[in-house]
Design a protein around this ligand. Structure first.
Ligand code: AMP
Length: 191
């Protein structure tokens, strides 16, 4: 049973590692980006509301995101634990998360920051967009840069908050997927 937060800029590999942790250990991947994209794909009212925000690389409101996550963590598929992939992304979200975990009598086990070199990351995201057949907005380099700026301005400031809790660990995200996986497993002590 583990409750984990993965932090890191877009393209750092959070989704890849979260999926692997779900497959190997049964901790449920909770990707807020995936949830929002499926809302958009379904054409729901919420989806229509957030479509432009995602396309521009800005953040959806804290209120919407907090509600989305709060509904999710209480579901039975999170009983073995969960991996927050893309949440929290602002100070307000981090504080709301603390409160909701307390309300549900849940503890966090680890916050793992995947550290990357931004320039190399942009190359990696471009390559991934090509592999995806250019179906994602990531192919727009200006949007990528904007999303990095949003990360640096709004999400990076929550790192010291978790550092102060003693739960923060850092891994080198410039390594191969397998090496990053090994670093994460060593932190979680699950290998
Ligand atoms: P991701 O797949 O995690 O990179 O998320 C894709 C997009 O969804 C982001 O660029 C934001 O527009 C939106 N998003 C995902 N998670 C959050 C969040 N926790 N708070 C605000 N916006 C989010």
């Amino acid at each position: 049973m583990m409750r984990i937060i993965l932090l890191g800029p877009p393209g750092a590999g959070k989704g890849t590692q979260a999926k692997r942790l779900e497959q190997e250990y049964g901790y449920k991947q909770l990707s807020t980006g995936d949830m929002l994209r499926s809302e958009i794909a379904s054409g729901s009212e919420l989806g229509q509301q957030v479509e432009k925000i995602l396309a521009e690389g800005n953040l959806v409101s804290d209120e919407i995101m907090v509600e989305m996550i709060e509904k999710r963590i209480a579901k039975p598929d999170c009983k073995r634990g969960f991996i927050l992939d893309g949440f929290p992304r602002t100070n307000a979200q981090a504080q709301e998360l603390d409160m909701m975990l307390k309300n549900h009598d849940m503890n966090l086990d680890a916050v793992i920051e995947i550290k990357v070199d931004e320039k190399a990351l942009i190359d990696r995201i471009q390559k991934r967009a090509q592999e995806d057949g250019g179906s994602r907005n990531d192919s727009d380099i200006d949007t990528i840069r904007h999303r990095m700026k949003v990360y640096n301005d709004q999400t990076a400031p929550i790192v010291p908050y978790y550092e102060a809790t003693g739960l923060l660990y850092r891994v080198d995200g410039m390594r191969s997927i397998d090496e990053v996986a090994m670093q994460i497993d060593a932190i979680l002590d699950v290998d």
